[in-house]
Ligand binder design. Structure first.
Ligand SMILES: *Cc1c(COP(=O)(O)O)cnc(C)c1O
Length: 371
């Protein structure tokens, strides 16, 4: 009897959450309403009482953070080439210029030692990304931002539930953007949330979120900024509220599974493992680098034949056609290119058993030693 296919990730939605979603569907109010308000309040409590606005994606949160920071044509924004392309697309979306800085191969996050050399008179902001849930060094980051008067928009899409020196990501800093896409550690199906700094009016954020509309007590309305359509539904917020109850357990389970990988992986396979951080990272993904010279597409296909899903996160974005047209070239960011070429995402999600990890490790040994 063959084992069921093991995907690289799968959301955990419990029966209580399903009941709550059904209750919303029966309530007659299914778009933004009381569940979104309750979700925002719960998120705010997790973020040290800061203002948090729920969005329908973690791309929308990044775009609106850039707009709230006043970033547009002529401005430069520094970010990493090794991220989901949304991080850089939003910079183009607001008419600004993405400036990429290579990663630190040890963390695979933006190399903060290289950031200052990329700052020009036009630089307005930096978008760090906590890849795979491993937090960027917040002390260094904010020291650099302060020295150059840069805004920071933390792309914490992958680090919800992680912490920096014991403080939850979202509690501190400038803008913090979360995604609740189906593959993220906490999901609403699609969704996101933006934590606002104290100098940003939450009411202005709400207007950008929904068509720029400002409503008056007498029933009238005005539109004074060009907003978009970024509001979360109550259906999605009900999923998020159910997920929040399990967040601590999800994170603990992910850390334990990652630790089990470290204990079980055959150290002679030549895999390069990510940093062994079991206290700050939320282990959004478990990503070894394949030995140099391994054909990744063959590896992925062979693992699939053995019933194991393997993802690739991510090809470095400067090699995409759109970014080549912006002038980026192969060879510009060698560390991001090396990691991007060799990275694989192995199964890791809260409902996995230790025996699933053992199964992945056995398949890795068989596949990598037989080539
Ligand atoms: C998922 C993700 C996003 C975008 O979030 P969506 O909710 O899919 O729009 C942005 N940045 C990073 C690093 C992500 O992983």
């Amino acid at each position: 009897m063959s084992l069921p296919f093991l995907p690289f990730t799968r959301p955990s939605i419990d029966e209580d959450t399903i009941v709550e979603v059904a209750n919303v569907l029966r309530s007659g109010w299914i778009t933004s309403g009381p569940k979104v308000q309750a979700f925002e309040a719960a998120l705010s409590a997790l973020c040290g009482g800061r203002a948090v606005k729920a969005f329908n994606s973690g791309t929308g949160t990044l775009e609106i953070a850039l707009r709230l920071a006043g970033i547009g044509p002529g401005d430069e924004v520094i970010t990493t080439p090794l991220t989901w392309v949304a991080t850089a697309n939003v910079i183009l979306e607001v008419g600004a210029t993405p400036v990429l800085v290579d990663i630190d191969p040890a963390t695979r996050n933006i190399d903060l030692n290289r950031v200052e050399a990329a700052v020009t008179a036009r630089t307005k902001a930096i978008i760090p990304v906590d890849l795979a849930g491993l937090p960027v060094d917040r002390d260094r980051l904010y020291a650099i931002a302060a020295a150059h008067k840069l805004r920071v928009i933390e792309d914490a899409a992958q680090s919800f539930g992680a912490n920096w020196r014991g403080k939850a990501i979202g509690c501190c800093g400038d803008f913090v953007s979360f995604s609740f896409h189906a593959n993220k550690n906490l999901t609403t199906g699609e969704g996101g949330a933006l934590v606002l700094p104290a100098d940003i009016d939450p009411a202005l954020c709400e207007r950008y979120r929904l068509q720029g509309v400002r409503r008056f007590p007498d029933g009238g309305m005005d539109v004074d900024v060009l907003g978009g359509k970024f509001n979360l539904t109550d259906v999605a917020a009900a999923i998020g509220l159910g997920q929040l109850k399990q967040l601590a357990a999800f994170t603990a389970r992910r850390r334990a599974l990652a630790q089990h990988y470290f204990a079980q992986l055959n150290s002679t396979l030549g895999l390069e493992l990510p940093p062994a951080d079991f206290t700050q990272s939320n282990w959004h993904m478990f990503q070894p680098l394949l030995p140099k010279g391994t054909d990744r597409s063959v590896f992925v296909a062979t693992m699939k034949e053995r019933g194991i899903g393997v993802g690739v996160h991510y090809p470095p974005l400067h090699l995409f056609s759109l970014y080549r047209k912006q002038g980026f070239q192969p060879g510009q960011f060698p560390h991001a290119e090396d990691v991007g070429a060799r990275t694989v995402t192995l199964p890791l999600f809260p409902a996995m058993q230790d025996s699933d990890v053992d199964r992945v490790c056995a398949a890795l040994s068989a596949v990598l030693l037989s080539k």
